[in-house]
Design a protein around this ligand. Sequence first.
Ligand code: GLU
Length: 433
Amino acid sequence: MSESPAMIMTHLGFRLDPNNLYQQVVTQVLESAKRMELPGYLQLLMAQPKNEVKVHFPVKMDNGHFTLFKGYRIQHNNLLGPYKGGIRYHPHVSLDHMKTLALLMTMKCALADLPYGGSKGGVQVDPRKLSPNELQTLTRRFTSALGANIGPDHDIPAPDIGTNAQTMAWMADTYININAGQRANGMSVVTGKPLHFGGSEGREKATGQGLVYVLEELLPELGIEMEHMSFSLIGYGNVGSWTGRLLTRRGAKMKAVLDHTGAIFNSRGIDPQALTAHVMEKGGVAGFAGAEPMASEDFYGCPVDVFIPAALEQMIDGKQAKLIQAKVVAEAANAPTTPEGERVLASRGIAVLPAILCNCGGVTVSYFEWKQNRQAETWGLERVDGELRRHMRHAAFSVKENAAKYKCDLRSAAYCAGLSRIAEVYGVRGIFP
Ligand code: GLU
C-alpha cells in the first residue's frame, strides 16, 4: 500500500494546513499519482521543487531612496527539458505561491507534450505603484540577481500577472549584457518578447486562443454551442481580455466581468474591444460606459453557460461555488478553484475544465517562440495558430482518455496525463547516480 498524500507531506516536514494553496495542489497531484499506482519515489519528487532561489535586491526609486525587494525563482522539475515558467509581479507573491505555480508548470508542460520542465518566479511588488523607470531598474536588478539560475538551456522565464513583453525585453537585454558568451543565443533566455525583438506572432493572445481551442473540443459534449453561448469572466488582464475578444469573435456573448476595481454587466453583451481600451486607460473595468455596474455577489450568480476565472488563485471557494449559475467553469487562471469550491461545483453538477489544460496555450506558443529563436526562423500567425490548435486538441484528447481510463474527474485526469509522461521518462532515465 502506498502512502497517502498527507503521509508523504508529513514525512517531508509540512505542517498540514487544508487552506494552504501549495498543499491543496500537491494533494491533488499525489492523489492522481496514487490512482495510477506510480512508484513512491516519483510521488516524493513531485511533492517538493528541486531548487528554491530567493533573492533580496535594492532598487533606487525615483525619489532617490532605496527599496529592498524580495524575488523568487522556483524550479520544480527539469526531467523533460529546461525549466520553463512565468515571472509574476504582484504584492501576494510568496514562496508557497511560487512553489504551487512551478508545480503546475511541470504538469502543464508534460500535458502539452513540450520539451520543458516547470518553474515560476516573481517579485513581491505592486507594479501599478512603480514608474516605468523603477520597473525597468527592478527588472534588470532582479535578472542580474538571478544570475546563472536562468539561461536559454536551463530556465526560461516568460510573462505572467504584472509582467509583459516589455519586461521580457529588459530581462533578455540584461541577460545578454551580463553573459558575453551568449550574444547569439541570449534572447531565447525568455519568451513572450516583443515581436521586433525575437517575439512570436500569436504569443500575446496564446493563452486565450488555447482556451478557445480547448472549448471547441470539449463544449459540444457538454451540450454547449460556442456560437450561441454566454460567458462571464473574472479578470480582464492579458488572458481575460484575449479570451473575451476571441470568444466574442466566434459569436459568444460576454455578459459580466469582475476585476479588482468592481463588476459590470450587460445582458445584451459587453463589447470586448471597447472594454480592453477602457481597462488600458483606467486600469480596471469599473466605470465602463457600455455596461451597468453590479455587486460582486451578484456577479457570481449571473446566469451564463460558461464561467471563466482568469485572474488569481483560490477565487472560487465554497461560498462562490454555491452562487455560480453556469453549466461549466473553464479555468483560465492557475488554481482558481479550491478543493471545497470544487466539491460544491461537483455536487451542483457544474463541470470544471482544469487549468493545466485550459491555459497551457501560453507556454505552448512560448515553446514555438523559443524554437524560432534557436532556429533563426519566423513563423506566420497561421502556422502558430495551426500548431497551437494541434497541441491543444491533443492535450484535450489525452485528458478525456485518462478520465475514461481512470474513471475520474477532468482535473485528476489532466494530472494523470502529465504524470504518465513524466513516469515514462523517469522509467527510462532512472534516478542519478
Ligand atoms: N505564465 C504563463 C503560464 O502560467 C506562461 C508561461 C510560459 O510561457 O513559460 O502558463
